[in-house]
Design a protein around this ligand. Structure first.
Ligand SMILES: *Cc1c(COP(=O)(O)O)cnc(C)c1O
Length: 245
């Protein structure tokens, strides 16, 4: 895919389309097999570390919802792509510092990582200022891991309530990243319980390795990166997906 050589544009679009179709087919099978609702699961294509040239074939193949984890990186890549594809919807899926909230509100359409009162308050102020009402997700540190962002599970329902009532945010749902190296199912199930208690409809959970399990546990949004774009280099730019080259 992500064939950056000129003259192969058509080929990389075809590969991107195949990759998208295969992931969407797996999502749909999981959704039908495990029901109950959601009626549809949104694929958030996680394009972090991949450059605009690598992302474009996926846009040309019809994908419109993307996830990025860093404000600075999104700022470098997305304004240009948005000019070409104005109906893109960009989700922020990485931790957000309050000092970057203004930029985040102008660059993104959904903020998935609201996890503290101070951030919620600053986001609200920036949304007012920009006259842009973005839906947000409350990120839950579902495994209680010290190194991970997110509100503690026991505080999540009350925090989601405060985000609405005190901070005036449009809380669309909950988001989580389960611990690595253990089966994710119980964590995904726990998020679903918290979502019901918080009275939210949407659940963002599941990545390349576990999105079908997440769908079985009621995900409305899955965030899939490497299964679409190929492996990411160690902290570096994305590398070519062997399935698509
Ligand atoms: C990178 C990332 C993903 C995608 O991970 P893959 O395993 O490549 O699908 C999903 N969610 C978050 C928060 C991420 O940072």
């Amino acid at each position: 895919m992500v064939n950056r050589k000129l003259g192969f544009v058509g080929e990389s679009v075809a590969s991107a389309a195949e990759q998208l179709e295969s992931i969407r087919a797996r999502m749909e099978r999981a959704r039908r097999r495990f029901g109950p609702p959601p009626e549809r699961v949104e694929l958030v294509a996680v394009s972090k570390t991949f450059d605009a040239a690598a992302i474009r074939p996926f846009l040309e193949a019809g994908q419109r919802v993307f996830g990025e984890n860093r404000v600075q990186e999104a700022k470098e890549k997305w304004p240009g792509l948005r000019a070409e594809f104005p109906d893109v919807r960009l989700h922020l899926i990485g931790p957000l510092q309050t000092t970057k909230a203004r930029e985040a509100v102008s660059l993104f359409d959904v903020i998935e990582t609201v996890d503290r009162d101070r951030l919620a308050g600053v986001l609200r102020a920036e949304m007012r200022r920009a006259q842009r009402e973005l839906p947000v997700f409350v990120q839950v540190n579902i495994g209680g891991e010290p190194q991970k962002a997110g509100i503690a599970p026991v505080e999540a329902v009350a925090f989601a309530g405060r985000c609405r009532a005190e901070h005036g945010l449009d809380v669309a749902g909950l988001m989580c990243i389960p611990p690595e190296g253990v089966p994710p199912g119980p964590y995904f199930a726990h998020l679903a319980v918290l979502g019901r208690e918080a009275g939210v409809e949407q659940l963002s959970k599941g990545m390349s390795g576990d999105f079908e399990i997440a769908i079985a546990m009621g995900a409305t949004h899955v965030r899939v990166g490497s299964a679409l774009f190929g492996a990411r280099g160690q902290g570096g730019r994305g590398t070519v997906n062997p399935m698509m080259s």
